[in-house]
Design a protein around this ligand. Structure first.
Ligand code: COA
Length: 186
């Protein structure tokens, strides 16, 4: 029997059926800030020094998270009642991605990138751009991103990925809470 392509895609980007997604709101700010702090300070040390990780974690602070939610689009991933990761999208750019260390290497980051890509391609952007910290370059390469040839800084690499129109997944309603289903910000 031919596998259902939509189901296959859903399983690939949401490996744990208990993983759900919703748009962030202002009540999430502190939690998302804490996850960003923990993710950077613990998960970037494979490629960054402790000093570099702390400097990165301290750039922006709470206002950065508040602005991301207010101005752009922030999706959170939840397992049960626990928020385990989040992604910040602005137009065709992935501005930030953070996974709670206890939930790392379980496909949460991959699922959040897939979700952001689906929103980007649905809005007609053929290209996703981002600046990857050195520790995440391998993660993004595995997802089809390639260095764009620009070294943003000593600790970041510009990367991009061309999206196919076929990636415009109609998954939003299955991946969000009823309150947020169908909400597509401009
Ligand atoms: C990068 C990050 C988002 C990955 O999230 P994640 O949920 O752990 O990623 P996934 O489980 O979806 O990983 C998928 C694959 O990516 C690769 N990968 C993920 N993290 C990796 C790491 N630290 N080192 C090497 N490969 C990694 C692996 O191949 C992994 O598959 P595997 O576990 O089967 O080997 C997370 O490590 C993180 O929050 N890091 C700190 C903040 C950060 O670097 N954000 C991105 C900056 S732009």
């Amino acid at each position: 029997m031919t596998p259902n392509p939509a189901l296959h895609l859903l399983n690939r980007i949401r490996p744990d059926p208990a993983l759900h997604f919703r748009l962030a709101d202002p009540s999430d700010v502190t939690n998302l800030y804490d996850i960003r702090q923990a993710a950077i300070r613990q998960l970037s040390l494979t490629h960054l020094s402790k000093r570099e990780a702390v400097d990165w974690a301290e750039r922006g602070g709470i206002p950065r998270v508040e602005q991301a939610i207010a101005k752009d689009e922030v999706w959170v991933a939840t397992l049960g009642r626990q928020v385990v990761g989040w992604i910040h999208r602005a137009a065709n750019s992935i501005e930030g991605l953070y996974v709670s260390p206890p939930a790392a290497r379980q496909g949460v980051g991959t699922a959040l990138v897939g979700l952001a890509e689906s929103h980007i391609v649905q809005r007609g952007h053929p290209l996703v751009v981002l600046e990857s910290s050195l520790n995440a370059v391998g993660f993004y390469r595995r997802l089809g991103y390639a260095p764009a040839g620009i070294q943003c800084s000593s600790a970041a690499v510009a990367m991009s990925k061309h999206l196919e129109a076929s990636q415009a997944m109609a998954l939003t309603s299955t991946m969000t809470s009823p309150a947020n289903a169908g909400h597509i910000p401009p």
